[in-house]
Design a protein around this ligand. Structure first.
Ligand code: ZN
Length: 57
C-alpha cells in the first residue's frame, strides 16, 4: 500500500504495479502525485503551478 505524502492516507494502488512517471490521485486530500521513482518508491506532487514550460517558441 502506498501512503499519500501529503495527508498520509493510503492510496489504493499496488506498489508493485507502479511505473515511473505514473500519476496517482489521493482520494482523501484530492492531490495528484507523480511517481518519481519506484525503487525506492518516491512520489512528487504533480502541481500545475510548478510546471516550467518555457518551450513555447
Ligand atoms: Zn492525501
Amino acid at each position: 500500500m502506498v501512503l499519500c505524502p501529503k495527508c498520509k492516507s493510503e492510496i489504493d494502488v499496488e506498489e508493485d504495479e507502479l511505473e515511473e512517471g505514473e500519476l496517482l490521485s489521493c482520494t482523501e486530500c484530492d492531490s495528484d502525485f507523480e511517481v518519481a521513482s519506484v525503487e525506492p518508491l518516491k512520489l512528487t506532487k504533480a502541481s500545475d503551478e510548478d510546471e516550467a514550460e518555457e518551450d513555447e517558441e
